[in-house]
Design a protein around this ligand. Structure first.
Ligand SMILES: [Zn+2]
Length: 69
């Protein structure tokens, strides 16, 4: 067996990606929550406009503040 056989590259899918690439690791729930909160807070920085995102922030805020009371 030659070294080229041992180090043979992985098969490539039609999309150009290696078929045995690294597994996708799920994001930690805390990171997802932090990211979502940052997104909502950033959205409402100029004052709540009453849209769906603003309502989501309002709900999240009331739940979180309830815990810290
Ligand atoms: Zn809004």
């Amino acid at each position: 067996m030659t070294s080229t056989q041992i180090t043979k590259s992985q098969p490539v899918e039609p999309n150009g990606l290696a078929s045995h690439s690294r597994p996708i690791i799920a994001a930690h729930p805390d990171d997802v929550m932090r990211e979502q909160l940052e997104y909502l807070i950033e959205h409402a920085q100029g004052g709540p406009c009453g849209c769906h995102q603003c309502l989501r922030l309002q709900r999240a805020r009331s739940v979180l503040f309830e815990i810290f009371r």
